[in-house]
Design a protein around this ligand. Structure first.
Ligand code: PLP
Length: 372
C-alpha cells in the first residue's frame, strides 16, 4: 500500500496549510484576551480578526458570532437554551445526533430523496400554539443532501417560530448566507472546513438571546464563559477565509463525484446512491454495495489504502443502522451496506479513479466469494 487516500472529509478535513501556519504563529503569542495590558490586547486582536473572518464566511457582523468548542456545543447551546426558555423544538428526522440529543425534540419526516417534508413541517407548526424553534441542517453529513432551509424559514416566520440551522457540513463547501437562509441561529465547526477541531461558533440574529450553557467570566459578551481558545480561533478564521476563496474549486468536485458514481453504477447497476435525485453537496457520495456489509467494505477499503466512513458513523467508529437512511425509507439491506466517500480541498482527480477501481474490485471479490 502506498500512502492512504483520504476520502472522509465530512468526518474531519485535513488542516489547511493557511490554518496550520496561522496557528503555529498564534501559539507564540502570550496573553489573555481579557487582560488590558499589551499582551492581552495582542491576543484580543487575534480573536477579533478570527471573528471577522468567520463572520465573513456566512455574511454576518462579527458581533453575531459566539465562539464555542465546536458544532456539538453550538447545537446544544441553541436548542437546550431555547427549550429551557419554553420553546417546542421541531427537528428534521435526519439531524446530527448533537441536535437530536440537545433537547426533547419532535421529529419531522423527510421525503425519499432526503429532503424535509415541508407539508409535514407546516402541519406540525400549525398543531400547537406553543412558540417553536425549527432545527434544520443546511446539508446532511451522510448523504450531502441540501435542505430547503429558506423555505422552512418562511414557514417559521408565518408561524412565529425561530429557525436554527446546523450548517456544519455546508459552510465552506457551498455558499451559506445567514440572511439568505432566513436563519435566526446557525452552527459552524472549524474542523469540517480545514481548521482545527475543538472550535466552532453559534451565529445569532441580532435580538435573539440564548441563555449561556457555560457561565462565568464575561467572555463572548457573557454568552459563553471561559478564556477564548486563541489559537483555535485563529485557525478557524484562516480556514474560513481559505474555504471561502476555494468555493468555486470546491464546486468542481461534483464532476469527480459524479464520475465516481457513474463508474459504480456501470460496475453494479443495482448499487444505490442515496439522495442522488436531490441537490447535494459537491463532495459527498453515500453508496450501498449490494450484499456486502459496510464493515467488510470499511476494512477492505482500509486495507486497499482508502479512508471512507460507514453511512452512519461520523463520530464513534461503530457501524450502526443509519437513522438518516432509515428516515429516507432505505431497506435494512441497503442501510447495512452503505458507505460514504467525501472529498475536499486536497482531493486529486486520480484518487477518485483509483477509488472507483477499488470499489469495483471489492465488489467483484465479494461476488466471487459469495458464489464460492
Ligand atoms: N453537525 C453536523 C451536521 C456534523 O456533521 C457534525 C460532525 O460531527 C457536528 C454537527 C458536530 O460538530 P463537532 O465535531 O465540531 O462537534
Amino acid at each position: 500500500m502506498t500512502q492512504a487516500i483520504y476520502l472522509d472529509y465530512n468526518a474531519t478535513a485535513p488542516m489547511r496549510p493557511e490554518a496550520r501556519d496561522a496557528m503555529v504563529a498564534a501559539l507564540s503569542v502570550t496573553g489573555n484576551p481579557s487582560s488590558v495590558h499589551g499582551f492581552g490586547r495582542a491576543a484580543r486582536r487575534l480573536v477579533e480578526d478570527g471573528r471577522e473572518a468567520v463572520a465573513a464566511l456566512v455574511g454576518v457582523t462579527p458581533a453575531q458570532i459566539v465562539f464555542t468548542s465546536g458544532g456539538t456545543e453550538a447545537n446544544a447551546m441553541a436548542l437546550a437554551g431555547l427549550a429551557a426558555a419554553g420553546r417546542r423544538i421541531l427537528v428534521s428526522a435526519i439531524e446530527h445526533p448533537s441536535v437530536l440529543a440537545a433537547a426533547v425534540t419532535e421529529q419531522v419526516p423527510v421525503l425519499a430523496d432526503g429532503r424535509i417534508d415541508l407539508a409535514a413541517l407546516e402541519a406540525a407548526l400549525a398543531g400547537s400554539a406553543q412558540p417553536a424553534v425549527i432545527s434544520l441542517m443546511a446539508a446532511n453529513n451522510e448523504t450531502g443532501v441540501i435542505q430547503p432551509v429558506a423555505e422552512a424559514a418562511a414557514l417559521a416566520r408565518r408561524h412565529h417560530a425561530l429557525l436554527h440551522c446546523d450548517a456544519v457540513q455546508a459552510a465552506g463547501k457551498i455558499e451559506v448566507g445567514f440572511d439568505a437562509l432566513g436563519a435566526d441561529l446557525l452552527s459552524l465547526s472549524a474542523h469540517k472546513i480545514g481548521g482545527p477541531p475543538g472550535i466552532g461558533a453559534l451565529v445569532l440574529r441580532e435580538g435573539v438571546v440564548v441563555p449561556p450553557l457555560i457561565r462565568g467570566g464575561g467572555q463572548e459578551r457573557s454568552r459563553r464563559g471561559g478564556t477564548e481558545n486563541v489559537p483555535g480561533i485563529v485557525g478557524f478564521g484562516a480556514a474560513a477565509t481559505a474555504a471561502q476563496s476555494g468555493l468555486a474549486a470546491f464546486a468542481g468536485l461534483a464532476a469527480w463525484r459524479d464520475e465516481l458514481e457513474n463508474r459504480v453504477q456501470e460496475a453494479c447497476p443495482s448499487a444505490t446512491i442515496f439522495g442522488r435525485s436531490a441537490p447535494r453537496l459537491p463532495n459527498t457520495s453515500c453508496i450501498a454495495m449490494p450484499g456486502v456489509p459496510a464493515e467488510t467494505q470499511l476494512m477492505g477499503f482500509d486495507l486497499a489504502g482508502f479512508a471512507v466512513s460507514s453511512g452512519s458513523a461520523c463520530s464513534s467508529g461503530k457501524v450502526a443502522a443509519s437513522h438518516v437512511l432509515k428516515a429516507m425509507g432505505a431497506a435494512n439491506h441497503q442501510m447495512g451496506s452503505a458507505i460514504r466517500a467525501s472529498l475536499g480541498w486536497d482531493t486529486r482527480e486520480p484518487e477518485i479513479a483509483a477509488f472507483a477501481a477499488a470499489w469495483d474490485s471489492l465488489h467483484r471479490r465479494a461476488g466471487a466469494s459469495a458464489a464460492a
